[in-house]
Write a protein that binds this ligand. Structure first.
Ligand SMILES: Cc1ncc(C[n+]2csc(CCOP(=O)(O)OP(=O)(O)O)c2C)c(N)n1
Ligand SMILES: [Mg+2]
Length: 1025
């Protein structure tokens, strides 16, 4: 708009900025720089500074224009046209333009020329205002009663209707008209359009009336486009082009018929369920039936763009409909879920029908290409599945080498209240652009029924729209009225194209309504009486759209009715055959099958024990890489160099510390083609600076070296990635990643185990019960730094008690089989390893097992560098395995009958106990036994030890407080082991509310007190059981 400012100044007799070179803004893409001294044929715009004081220049332009309008720049053309149009005689050809200008200025109104400029400025501002705020007045609510942005205010810089502007008499009175100083006499005036709009189509100028009309059509109809916050000009232009270009929203008759057919399926499916099972909860889609054709459109367009796998996550609402009509699950399998007499055939507790997942490969009818659709099983916990879907998508992309998301993509469906309210949505958005977490664009669809259970949006969120969270990642947001199916299909098309073009997230806000209560049994009139009075009057979208297509002649009433009865018949037939099913196979609802890993029946291929030992050469090779820099000329930090030298010294003695033990596990699995991925906050270096899996060149920015990827020529890739500062989102993501393949070791490390509780939902709803609910295995590993080291209440405890409380092994039952069978039956494995070798074994076992279980490892902090917490290479040699329990191997074990006390413990406290025992010279009297695998409980090995030390009293010692740690879990199991014939005494900290004291000396006093008890052989004499 600089030319207008310049001209305004010129016409006011001033000069602009003294610049000799002004940018020519008008006129579309052919932008040029012009020399002010050049002749008119250069086509300089009217804002040119050379105009200053030079009426002859204007005249030159004018005469050139009279000869042929194309002789001058289009902005001059518009300028002269305006003057001509507003000339009283209309005979401008006979007068000099300067006189004309002066004439206008003098005879009409002194500011007329200036007004021309100001009006142009105003029009440009107006266009921009619509682009930014048009969505606020878009007609988004199908019910016509609520404002989608929770505000009925019309932004003062929008005109909104031509009528409104044109009917205001002079002087202009309203804020909207005053804002621009435009009035009805301006409506027919033509204005130059800036290059930042496409409303002109092929025209560069348009009358104001038409400008407003087109802006209203583009921005204030049934689609509200929110995108002007995006800080990328090309992306903004792309969106403008998609929504502003006149007539761009076109559908062929065939497309309209397909849309109608899909709407019929969506609507009649819900009607059918309602008819057959009127008192069953199904969380129907009524009021947003358009979701089905919407998803199908996105999938069609994405398939056309090359996508062949779509992974979806969604909540309860409309889920059965999506399974039936998008994924195309057999209808009889859906209907048989409603049969209360159905017996479950698979082990596990199963889940309600609107939580189950599904995986299906089919031909996309629109593109004739194969496409795999999966809907992830999810808990009731709204939005919790979002990061899980992203992780699974990322993994599929990774394993297929789809580095740009051109083959695999995700679609997430949300409820309006949950999308706005749940923090995990934000956490998931923040993963969307991170290199190791991006899925290269997700299409989000919000089923915005303007209610959450019984709660109105105005009390459920502070943002205007439920979708505002997406703005943080510059995702465009398309709000659309769900009762206009074509508008919905159009935004779906654009969303799919956006994702294919920019590989970034996009949000569709499907503004709809919920025809019934939260579920079919609920009475919505209790809480939303007016809304539901309107809903009662609201015609079904299918009816509205079919009437429209019949009126347009696209289909006949007979066609429509035939299509409806065809689908009704399909439903009836499926209903009949569903009655034959007597058994419910949850296996048929698996979202992530691993067909090659299990037998055809889904069983492990073998149940034999696993040998996790390693060849000496493998140990030597890995340790050599772990203690060196495999890249020539790489400059590492002297501190890191010292650490690597320390490792080399250990290796010379065939010894390893914790970091080396981990190296051995990862390195050896990589050798066998197992992908290893370690993710979490600061994992690359390691919170405790022990790991250093990524070396940073000290002289070249961003030059890094990952030695683990230099182990073998044909090794699997190693991914180690510092995550965003999130637990819920990132753990969910890694859990999803681990679903994609059994041949990968996926680990998430908490910075401190204490922080795992912000991911509690993923642990409680997915990791612990995942297999029981959804019959799918998952081998995710949680590394949770844990230990009472005087670091205060938030840096001490990974809360072992919580994991153990959720372990399903029966405390009162002594199992028959151990090792593999016991692991097969558990819901997860909980370990606290005390040696690097055992840590390495348990990680290797995780992959060598013929099935997958989540593995929770309480990992050490001070032990990382403890001189006693080391292992010999011999502990990892061929033939060695993971030790579920480490017996005492000192003097006590040589004469067990003499032993007076056996202290069972786990983890770091072992080293404190061993030191104190030595100090008190009680090595013959007291045996110390380490439980390395806490759950499932090694009943067999504990019994062997208890029997071996038959005369000794049994003690459980832990450093945690009595109401925490392992005590409540192990005590009943010990009693089962000794058949309740002996007590198991507790030694440890007293009960407490916080996991640890914040006071260092209190910490040490507590330690001393329980150590004293542990080695006081009279401590329990005379005490009751
Ligand atoms: C994390 C979580 N908190 C609370 C609930 C209980 N709840 C179930 S549905 C619902 C309302 C959801 O509203 P919305 O997200 O708008 O979806 P709609 O049911 O309207 O489709 C609530 C609060 C839940 N399932 N999950
Ligand atoms: Mg809702």
């Amino acid at each position: 708009m600089s030319q207008f400012r310049a001209l305004a100044a010129v016409l006011r007799g001033g000069c602009v900025g003294g610049s000799q070179w002004l940018r020519v803004c008008g006129g579309g893409p052919a932008r040029r720089w012009v020399d002010p001294g050049r002749s008119c044929s250069s086509g300089a715009a009217p804002g040119h500074s050379a105009v200053a004081g030079s009426s002859s220049y204007v005249e030159e332009m004018y005469f050139a224009w009279l000869e042929d309008h194309k002789n001058v720049h289009e902005s001059w053309d518009a300028f002269f046209r305006n003057i001509q149009d507003s000339s009283p005689s209309g005979e401008v050809g006979e007068i000099r333009p300067s006189a004309l200008l002066q004439g206008r200025v003098q005879s009409h109104s002194p500011g007329m020329a200036q007004k021309v400029v100001e009006d142009h400025l105003a029009v440009h501002t107006l266009i921009r205002a619509y682009q930014i705020r048009g969505h606020h007045v878009a007609q988004l609510d199908p019910l016509g009663i609520l404002d989608a942005d929770l505000d009925s205010f019309v932004p003062s810089d929008l005109i909104t209707t031509i009528d409104k502007l044109a009917t205001f008499p002079e002087p202009k009175v309203t804020s909207s008209t005053c804002f621009y100083n435009l009035d009805e006499s301006d409506l027919d005036m033509s204005f130059q359009l800036p290059p930042t709009t496409f409303i002109g189509g092929a025209d560069n100028t348009l009358p104001l009336k038409e400008i407003i009309r087109r802006l209203e059509t583009s921005y204030c109809g049934h689609i509200g486009v929110e995108y002007m916050f995006i800080n990328n000009v090309d992306q903004c232009q792309w969106i403008r082009q998609k929504f502003e270009t006149p007539g761009i929203m076109q559908f062929t008759d065939a497309e309209k018929r397909t849309l109608l057919a899909r709407l019929i399926r969506s609507t009649r499916f819900e009607d059918f369920l309602a008819r057959k099972w009127s008192s069953e909860k199904r969380f129907g889609l009524e009021g947003c039936e358009v979701l089905i054709p919407a998803l199908k459109t996105m999938i069609d367009k994405s398939s056309a763009a090359g996508i062949d796998s779509v992974i979806m996550g969604m909540p309860h609402r409309g889920r059965l409909n999506v399974l039936a009509n998008v994924i195309r699950k057999d209808l009889d399998q859906i209907f048989c879920q409603f049969d209360p007499k159905l017996e479950p055939a698979d082990e596990g507790s199963g889940d309600v029908k609107y939580h189950l997942g599904m995986y299906h490969e089919r031909i996309n009818r629109e593109t004739d290409k194969n496409i795999t659709l999966s809907l992830m099983a999810n808990p009731s916990h709204l939005e919790a599945v979002d990061p899980v879907v992203q992780g699974k998508t990322k993994a599929e992309q990774f394993y297929r080498g789809d580095t740009q998301g051109k083959k695999v993509m995700s679609i997430l469906i949300h409820g309006d209240a949950a999308f706005a309210g749940q923090g995990v949505v934000y956490e998931t958005f923040h993963l969307s652009e991170l290199p190791s977490y991006t899925t290269h664009g997700t299409i989000h669809v919000v089923v915005n029924n303007q209610i959450g259970f019984t709660t109105d949006p105005r009390v459920a969120r502070s943002s205007p729209y439920p979708t505002d969270v997406a703005r943080v990642v510059n995702a465009p947001i398309f709000h659309v009225n769900a009762d206009d199916p074509e508008a919905v299909m159009y935004v779906c098309r654009v969303a799919a194209e956006w994702r294919a073009t920019f590989n970034k997230d996009v949000v569709i806000d499907l503004v709809c309504y919920r025809r019934f209560g939260h579920n079919e049994m609920d009475e919505p009139m209790f809480t939303q009486p007016l809304m539901y009075k309107q809903i009662c009057r609201q015609e079904q979208v299918l009816k509205k759209y079919s009437n429209r297509l019949i009126a347009e002649g696209v289909v006949t009433l007979q066609d429509f009715e035939e299509e409806v009865s065809k689908y009704d018949k399909i439903c009836e037939e499926a209903y009949t055959s569903s009655k034959d099913g007597k058994i419910l196979h949850i296996r048929h609802w698996l979202d992530s099958p691993w067909p090659d890993f299990f037998t055809a029946e889904g069983e492990p291929k073998s149940m034999s024990g696993v040998s996790t030992g390693l060849h000496e050469e493998v140990l030597q090779h890995i340790s050599q890489i772990a203690s060196s820099v495999p890249l020539e000329g790489f400059h590492i930090h002297p501190g890191v160099s010292r650490i690597l030298r320390g490792r080399a010294d250990l290796v010379k003695n065939r010894q390893m510390d914790w970091a080396l033990g981990e190296y051995m596990a990862f390195g050896s699995l990589l050798k066998d083609g197992i992908h290893v991925r370690l993710s979490g906050q600061d994992v690359e270096r390691g919170t405790f600076s022990h790991r250093h899996h990524v070396l940073h060149d000290q002289e070249l920015d961003k030059l890094i070296c990952v030695p683990m990827n230099h182990l073998w020529a044909d090794q699997a890739p190693y991914t180690v990635c510092n995550s965003s500062l999130s637990e819920y989102g990132v753990l969910g993501f890694e859990l999803g990643f681990a679903m994609a393949s059994p041949n990968a070791l996926i680990l998430w490390e908490a910075q401190f185990g204490d922080f795992n509780n912000t991911a509690q939902c993923i642990i409680d709803q997915f990791i612990s019960p995942g297999q029981a609910k959804w019959v799918r295995n998952n081998g995710i590993v949680l590394l949770l730094p844990h230990g009472m080291e005087g670091m205060g209440p938030e840096h001490s405890s990974a809360r072992p008690e919580r994991f153990l409380q959720m372990s399903k092994d029966d405390p009162d039952h002594f199992p028959v089989y151990f090792e593999v069978q016991q692991l097969y039956e558990c819901n997860w494995i909980v370990v606290n390893c005390s040696t690097p070798a055992n840590y390495c074994h348990v990680l290797r076992r995780q992959i060598l097992l013929p099935f997958r279980k989540p593995l929770i490892i309480f990992t050490p902090k001070s032990l990382l560098r403890h001189p006693d917490a080391r292992s010999s290479f011999d502990d990892l040699a061929e033939g060695t395995t993971f030790k579920r329990l480490i017996p005492d191997e000192g003097p006590a074990s040589q004469n067990p009958a003499q032993v007076k006390r056996v202290i069972f413990c786990t983890g770091k406290v072992y080293y404190e106990l061993a030191r104190e025992r030595k100090r008190q010279k009680l090595e013959r009297d007291i045996a110390i036994i380490r439980l390395e695998q806490i759950s499932p409980f090694p009943f067999d090995l504990v019994r062997a030890e208890a029997e071996r030390y038959g005369n000794a009293e049994l003690v459980w010692c832990q450093e945690e407080h009595k109401n925490m740690g392992y005590c409540d879990y192990v005590r009943p199991r010990f009693l089962t082991v000794v058949a309740n014939q002996k007590p198991i005494w507790y030694v440890g900290r007293d009960p407490a509310a916080a996991p640890a004291t914040g006071n260092k000396s209190t910490h040490l006093n507590e330690l001393k007190r329980f150590m004293d008890t542990a080695f006081n052989l009279n401590a329990f004499q005379g005490k009751d059981l």
